[in-house]
Design a binder for this molecule. Structure first.
Ligand code: SF4
Length: 297
């Protein structure tokens, strides 16, 4: 039995039931992919269902204003994603649903991973979306690299050509790998329980205990921190948006102390102003004189 067949057999038995795995609708798949970009699977499940209730189709979403999608996205974080999704819906309504990976990639806001994921999961194309999970499993399995990096992607893609089944459910292979990556082939893998251990080029190293597991294999992003603030700017931007969303309108000079208990007007007002300006540029906020609101368009 091939490695892929063993993996799919394991997936049949242990794969997670996720709502976006029950559909081939490119819209629904895209919604899930954008939501999953920076958010854990368990958190996305409820948001995904709620979003689809409010915006069940490309058309419905394309008609939504910035304020409506910002409200619907409340709690998911990285709010720009809501606007990106709505803008993609507008492009699709205007020009039609893309049918190839390169057409997906041509849409603003869709990167190589997402283009491959929609092509595979919605349109059954034989392509491989490579994210950190897929990279870790296939880099170990096919290349024997214990902690593969992004530089290994071309080699992984090449080696995966003969791993992906030619026919049948090749689109289930990446889904199965996601589940294997989160349950068995984790940072410190449990190779003894892995359905792929007889095919894996790294299994012997791990099983022999010859691999030093780094404390931190994922590089923490270089997020900007203002002065001695305990959180990156992203957290304060989220607080500002939450405030405006809930209050409807807020005067700019009052925002600082409301989002930061240690706010110092002399040292921090510029920082708050800059974040608000940036959010206005991103389409998340609007300002008339010193009154900040959600955008109305
Ligand atoms: S055998 Fe070990 S290293 Fe290889 S894919 Fe399975 S869990 Fe990962």
């Amino acid at each position: 039995m091939t490695g892929a067949a063993k993996l799919l057999r394991w997936y049949d038995r242990y794969g997670r039931d996720l709502p976006w795995r029950e559909t081939r609708d490119p819209y629904r798949i895209l919604v899930s992919e954008i939501m999953l970009q920076q958010t854990q699977v368990d958190r996305v499940k409820d948001f995904y269902k709620r979003w689809l209730k409010q915006f069940p189709t490309w058309k419905k979403l394309s008609l939504a204003t910035n304020a409506q999608v910002i409200h619907a996205w409340a709690g998911l974080g990285y709010n720009r994603r809501a606007l990106v999704l709505r803008d993609i819906a507008r492009a699709v309504v205007a020009d039609g649903v893309p049918t190839t990976e390169s057409e997906w990639l041509a849409l603003k806001g869709i990167g190589p991973y997402t283009a491959a994921a929609i092509s595979a999961f919605a349109q059954k194309k034989r392509t491989l979306p490579i994210d950190t999970n897929i990279r870790r499993v296939l880099g170990r399995l096919l290349l024997g690299k214990t902690f593969p990096t992004i530089d290994d992607d071309p080699q992984i893609r090449h080696a995966a050509e003969s791993f992906l089944p030619q026919r049948g459910h090749h689109e289930d292979v990446p889904q199965a790998i996601f589940d294997l990556a989160t349950s068995i082939c984790t940072k410190n893998p449990d190779c003894a329980s892995c359905p792929l251990r007889d095919h894996c080029k790294a299994a012997k190293l791990f099983l022999a205990g010859r691999v030093k597991i780094p404390k931190r294999s994922v590089k923490v992003g270089n997020e900007h921190h203002h002065r001695n603030k305990p959180f990156p700017d992203r957290i304060y931007r989220g607080r500002i948006l939450k405030l405006v969303r809930e209050w409807g309108q807020v005067r700019l000079p009052t925002i600082g102390p409301l989002v930061d208990p240690n706010f110092d007007r002399k040292l921090d007002q510029q920082w708050i102003n800059k974040m608000v300006e940036r959010m206005i540029k991103d389409g998340l906020l609007c300002r008339k004189k010193d009154l900040v609101t959600l955008p109305t368009r």
